[in-house]
Design a protein around this ligand. Sequence first.
Ligand SMILES: Cc1ncc(COP(=O)(O)O)c(C=O)c1O
Length: 368
Amino acid sequence: MTIPMVDLKRQYLTMKDEIDRAIQGVIDTTAFIRSKNVNQFEEEFAAYCGATHGVACSSGTTALQLALKACGVGPGDEVITVPFTFIATTESISNVGGKPVFVDIEEESYNIDVSAIEKAITKRTKAIIPVDLYGQPADLDPIFEIADKHNIVVIEDAAQAHASEYKGRKIGGLSPLTCYSFFPGKNLGAYGDAGMVLTNSEGMAERMRMLCDHGRKGKYEYEIEGYNFRMDGMQAAILSVKLKHLDDWTGMRRRNARLYNQYLEDVGVITPVEKEFAKHVYHCYVIRTKHRERIQERLKAEGIATGVHYPIVLHLQPAYCCLGYKRGDFPVSEHCAAQVLSLPMFPELTEEEIVRISVLVKESMPDS
Ligand SMILES: Cc1ncc(COP(=O)(O)O)c(C=O)c1O
């Protein structure tokens, strides 16, 4: 039996009737664009995360771009983030005219090394984007302190961290702006692309709403020039149905992570560390090992998928050669990129499957 990284079909079959009804409802009302499903989902998701406003948009990438634009980031501005993330984090900075400035990560959590942030701040620094990688929040409080001291804004990239918590509080209402992706494979995933920015600032929300819909104030009145970054009604209707299951799915992911930790305990691989301030939601279950390729090959031969998030750090990507970084600049990121391995992780994964995967990992180690 094959085991994929993520099994969206298995999940759909557990709630087929609900989803089918929601989709049919959108078709029946033909409310495809600017539908009230979108406003409803904005309110539901913001309330779920403890934020005042939600601005729905077309993807996690456009969520980041809206947030940066709403903060006035533009040409000449620098934005601090990590090189060990998906390119959307940095692409959105460049796409509004800003310049990504990298800071290394911390080895245990794979998130931004807070102690390295201040050295990267210059007069041009406008924002900082901590990424909640794999589903675990960055250490937000010291980041907020640094940001306050230097008058820079924090835009949290929570694309992988729906429902995760920092010091017992759900993320989403903690940073000035928190950006989510609802890419299908995410912990809360649409049936296409979708995203959202959460904020407690009414002014920011209003500006992002305008930017998201061509900068329009009335039907043909444009206060500013914007984009077409709208979320469509079908995705919103599906997401409203799926949001009701998110707590259960998060619990199932955490149970699966506990099982993996248990079965991989004496195998000689590094298992994920949940920081004392965090509730990790395990978007990815990531181990670290020098023997990544042998494990991947063995699992592949048995029909088990694996992934590497991410094999090449951003500062060494050709797309960023213009930034002038070189190998060795962010050694922790580079080291992790060479050793991380994501094992299958989704709520419906069974204990039997986790045992099978763990046994094969063990058998692929050179001294087993
Ligand atoms: C950390 C991170 N940031 C941003 C994004 C962008 O999200 P999307 O694919 O919805 O544009 C993703 C998702 O792929 C991500 O993992």
